[in-house]
Ligand binder design. Structure first.
Ligand code: ATP
Ligand code: MG
Length: 570
């Protein structure tokens, strides 16, 4: 068709069916959040056959761990996968948590954007209110079947029900509701999914649970795979981690918009008491300093604060020397526990760990970084049966939940790649027998998407991640340096020993001393010169590791002081 003909046809079609504001208005429809996520499952990380199954288990297991910890219960979690057909599986996750009530069970599993964690400033694995319900929706949209839930509070009564989500209303449709007399405390969920595959690979369920066990040494996790094989990740810690407390936002990092919104809903009657009551680390002294820097009275009603006045407050906050954010809302794993976990699960030759002090990023949220570097032994990923064919293993976590996907867009990966590992004795990071463990903890993790697999590379986060890695890298470097020196000395010894018999023969003919005596004396001379006897004795008494660690601690002390003065590292 010629150009003229095409243009004529388009003109005719437009004339026949003109698009006006009125026709557009007729097309306008509203849709619920459930309809939105039903159409955009990929935003919840529910795409890719293996990834989807791992994400489902991740959502259920994270909820179980959150619930147990909140109720001060040592988690005991059972995960089962059954293959029902081609790319068709049934997932069952059972916990010994506090259970759910008749009123909340429907909302928990059958309503998107509903939950207990979104409005709280407290460290938890979940934070959006879409994990469990997203799985319910995926199950019904791929199999047409309902999700089964059994839950009990340990009071002799157990609720059992089946549910689906009404996408238009974003509400749970409950069927087969039963209340039975039974002693069970916890929640068990069972759902079927099509278009998913179980694989024992890097992004698979088994690897996900292995990593969960490393960062949650207090949890016992039992997994039965579709072939019926059972793996038990035993707890290596028998007490529950300190429960994080709910926190207030820190003034540094709070935005004008946050302040405006908070001021509208506060119960305080004066702007001063609003700041004191609803922000972390605001006391009388800092209030006085703020008052001296702004052009309105802090006795003013906070509900009447204008955008411009909030801007003044934010400017003033920046000039006040606030105490660092309180750490009560954060629950780090701890250096010793990370070390034990990595030793027992990764089985490396050497581990260094570090838990840094909390910092804040935009929004007034505090965060803390924990690093573990496991070197040698079984550390690193092995893709073939050749033990030499090893790859660095990056273990990313947010609030102790493993992040297995979207590594390329995650601040943790970017920080690891930005560090000059050569400085710390690792010549080629990619092929190093090394596991890099990083746990990012915060009351609000700034994920790049609703799938919760990558952390945003905010400036403060990147800087702190790099400093943490470099701190830990130095410790490892000192150990690797000592190892390398020992190796070099051994090589030199071998070289000298090779020539000793020849030298002894020549000397013996000149001095008439026995050849054997000369050999013994020369060997001792070599050992003394290289300091090998002392080194061997130290290695036998395990002094080397200890001394190197102490030396590393001293070095870190010095390094931290230098970094705090703002020199950076590289
Ligand atoms: N196993 C469980 N035991 C007790 N409560 C649970 C359990 N699973 C879910 N819940 C409750 O249901 C709510 C909704 O869970 P859901 O996974 O949808 O959201 P979330 O965990 O709050 O956030 P996210 O979407 O980030 O996972 C949770 O906030 C929690 O209160
Ligand atoms: Mg959740």
């Amino acid at each position: 068709m010629s150009k003229e003909k095409i243009e004529k046809k388009i003109k005719e079609e437009i004339e026949l069916d003109p698009v006006t504001a009125d026709t557009i208005a007729k097309e306008f429809k509203e849709h619920s959040v459930a309809e939105f996520f039903k159409k955009n499952k990929q935003m919840l990380g529910l795409y890719g056959k293996v990834r989807t199954l791992t994400t489902i288990i991740h959502e259920y297991v994270s909820n179980s761990l959150d619930a147990c910890e909140e109720a001060n219960i040592l988690p005991e979690i059972e995960v089962k996968l059954d293959e029902l057909g081609e790319e068709y599986y049934e997932a069952t996750v059972k916990d010994n948590g506090p259970g759910l009530t008749e009123e909340t069970v429907g909302k928990a599993f059958g309503q998107l954007l509903a939950g207990t964690k979104f409005h709280r400033m407290m460290q938890a694995r979940g934070q959006q209110g879409i994990g469990a319900s997203g799985c319910t929706m995926l199950s019904q949209s791929t199999t047409g079947k309902a999700t089964k839930v059994i839950t009990g509070k340990g009071d002799g009564k157990v609720i059992s029900l089946e549910l689906t989500i009404d996408p238009k209303m974003n509400q749970a449709k409950i069927t087969n509701f039963k209340k039975v007399d039974k002693e069970y405390r916890g929640t068990a969920v069972q759902a079927k999914f099509k278009g998913v595959i179980y694989k024992d690979t890097q992004g698979g369920v088994l690897e996900y649970l292995r990593r969960t066990a490393i960062a949650n040494p207090h949890a016992q996790i039992k997994f039965r795979d579709p072939k019926g094989q059972t793996v038990l990740f035993k707890r290596t810690l028998t007490h529950i981690p300190k429960k994080p407390k709910e926190m207030k936002p820190h003034p540094l990092g709070t935005t004008v918009d946050d302040l405006v919104t908070m001021s509208k809903y506060t119960e305080s009657r004066k702007a001063g008491s609003f700041l004191k009551n609803e922000f972390d680390r605001v006391g009388d002294t800092s209030l006085q300093k703020i008052q001296n820097m702004i052009r309105f009275d802090l006795n003013k009603d906070p509900h009447q604060l204008s955008w411009e006045e909030c801007e003044q407050l934010i400017q003033a906050f920046k000039k006040v020397d606030f105490i660092a954010p309180s750490t009560e809302g954060l629950s780090p794993i701890g250096e010793d526990r990370i070390k034990k976990s990595l030793e027992s699960i990764v089985k490396p030759e050497f581990v260094v760990t570090l838990t840094r002090k909390p910092k804040i990023y935009a929004g007034g949220y505090s965060f803390q970084i924990e690093v573990g570097l496991a070197y040698g032994g079984n550390a690193g990923e092995r893709t073939s049966s050749n033990p030499e064919d090893v790859k660095v293993e990056l273990m990313r976590y947010a609030n102790r939940a493993p992040l297995l996907f979207d590594g390329g867009s995650c601040a943790i990966t970017k920080a690891i790649q930005s560090v000059e590992w050569k400085r710390y004795g690792v010549r080629d990071l990619d092929s190093a027998p090394l596991a890099v463990f990083i746990n990012f903890i915060s009351v609000h993790v700034p994920y790049t998407g609703a799938g919760k697999q990558a952390i945003t590379d905010e400036e403060e986060i990147m800087e702190e991640l790099r400093l943490s890695l470099m701190d830990c890298g130095r410790r490892m470097g000192i150990y690797l340096g000592a190892k390398r020196r020992e190796h070099d000395r051994k090589m030199k010894q071998e070289m000298f020993y090779k020539y000793i018999p020849e030298i002894a023969t020549a000397l013996s003919s000149v001095t008439k001393e026995k050849k054997e005596t000369l050999i013994t004396k020369l060997e001792k001379l070599v050992k003394d010169k290289l300091g090998l006897e002392k080194l061997e004795a130290k290695i036998k008494s395990k002094q080397v590791g200890k001394e190197e660690q102490e030396k590393a601690d001293d070095e870190i002390g010095k390094a931290v002081v230098v970094e705090d003065e703002g020199s950076g590292d590289e």
